[in-house]
Write a protein that binds this ligand. Structure first.
Ligand SMILES: NC(=O)c1ccc[n+]([C@@H]2O[C@H](COP(=O)([O-])OP(=O)(O)OC[C@H]3O[C@@H](n4cnc5c(N)ncnc54)[C@H](OP(=O)(O)O)[C@@H]3O)[C@@H](O)[C@H]2O)c1
Length: 332
């Protein structure tokens, strides 16, 4: 697989990563099985993926424990990205950016991951109660202590940013400029996909200008862009997409032209090329500093997604995708 070098710490990773969140968090729990997820991770690594993206809150904790079983066996094959700063309560998630907490969270992640160093340690969300410089300073001390190789910052999602009425990613860029004064940012993780391209406006250019890597989260539109979800097909009751305004039967039907466009492009590249691979190749084409991290817990899809690194879209493909209708339905 093509390699990409990103960020101040010159991180060298396979061009396509693996988002490990669906294995233990955010989608239907009834579909989550450790043995199947482990097979998916190993298959992705065998196909050239190196970046595994997790967080202490995925589970919480169980996703890191799962990856610890992989790292124990094949540490040299893995570039592990994990995150701190969000605590999961019964009904809510809260930020915690206190330096003492960050130090404890890192030690706990190292234990769960069965490793002595985290390749990329990301701040999941800034804590409004703690100056971000203090949180980032504690994270920088972890680099000095050799527990972490590089630091990253996750953007508040496009959905949450819009709810605040702020310019999209304005707050994230302000935070990035503050933390850069303390210690270099190696990577930013934020949503980027054919149906959520907002990061292209300001956030991606900000990263590119400073040599900061960009991990494209949710590059498959939470599965929609793969064309495998049927409008009205229904989701498990505990799957957040069952209540999401872009995943109602009406909106999924209205947004089919996006999937049809990806299918048309896929067909030009061969019978076996899928809309998911085109969606990932589009993210790769957004810049040499972009590494998409598609999420899956299935071996077949992990391999399919890894192979997207071989698909190079032509200028005609990219302009056809750029002309696709804007997605319908709000995120809120
Ligand atoms: N920092 C943040 O705040 C943040 C927020 C969200 C996500 N993330 C990161 O970004 C990663 C990706 O986001 P995501 O997983 O939510 O969304 P995604 O990658 O856009 O889509 C994942 C969904 O697509 C399905 N899928 C994956 N590959 C497929 C294929 N080739 N064909 C058909 N369906 C396929 C998966 O199904 P199965 O699960 O059933 O395999 C899952 O339902 C996460 O895993 C996480 O690491 C970070």
């Amino acid at each position: 697989m093509e390699r990409r070098t990103i960020g101040a710490a010159a991180l060298d990773v396979g061009a396509v990563g693996l988002g490990c969140m669906p294995m233990n968090w955010a989608y239907s729990a009834s579909q989550q099985r450790g043995d199947r997820s482990l097979r998916a991770v190993h298959a992705a690594l065998d196909a050239g993926v190196s970046l595994l993206d997790t967080a202490d809150m995925y589970g919480p904790f169980t996703n890191e424990l799962l990856l610890g079983r992989v790292l124990k066996e094949r540490r040299a094959d893995v570039f592990v990205s994990t995150k701190c700063g969000l605590l999961v309560g019964d009904q809510h998630v809260v930020a915690n950016g206190r330096p003492g907490y960050v130090r404890r969270a890192c030690d706990a992640s190292l234990r769960r991951l069965q490793t002595d160093v985290i390749d990329l340690y990301q701040l999941h969300r800034a804590d409004p109660e703690v100056p971000v410089e203090e949180t980032w300073g504690a994270m920088a001390e972890l680099v000095a202590a050799g527990k972490v190789r590089a630091l990253g910052l996750c953007a508040v999602g496009a959905r949450a940013a819009r709810r605040g009425g702020a310019d999209l990613y304005e707050g994230t860029i302000r935070l990035l400029e503050r933390v850069q004064q303390v210690f270099p940012v190696s990577a930013v993780e934020a949503e980027l996909s054919v149906w959520s391209p907002e990061a292209l406006e300001r956030l991606l250019p900000w990263c590119e200008a400073r040599g900061v890597g960009f991990l494209a989260a949710m590059p498959l539109g939470n599965g929609f862009l793969t064309g495998t979800l049927t409008p009205g097909g229904g989701f498990e009751p505990d799957d957040p997409r069952a209540r999401h305004p872009r995943f109602t039967a009406e909106m999924m039907a209205a947004n089919q032209p996006l999937v049809a466009g990806l299918r048309r492009v896929a067909a030009r590249h061969g019978e076996t090329v899928t809309p998911a691979q085109v969606a990932l190749a589009w993210a790769l084409a957004c810049g040499p500093h972009v590494v998409p991290i598609p999420g899956t817990k299935r071996e077949r899809w992990a391999v399919e997604n890894a192979r997207a690194a071989e698909l190079v879209l032509t200028p005609a493909d990219l302009s056809e995708i750029a002309r696709l209708p804007a997605p319908r339905g709000s995120w809120d």
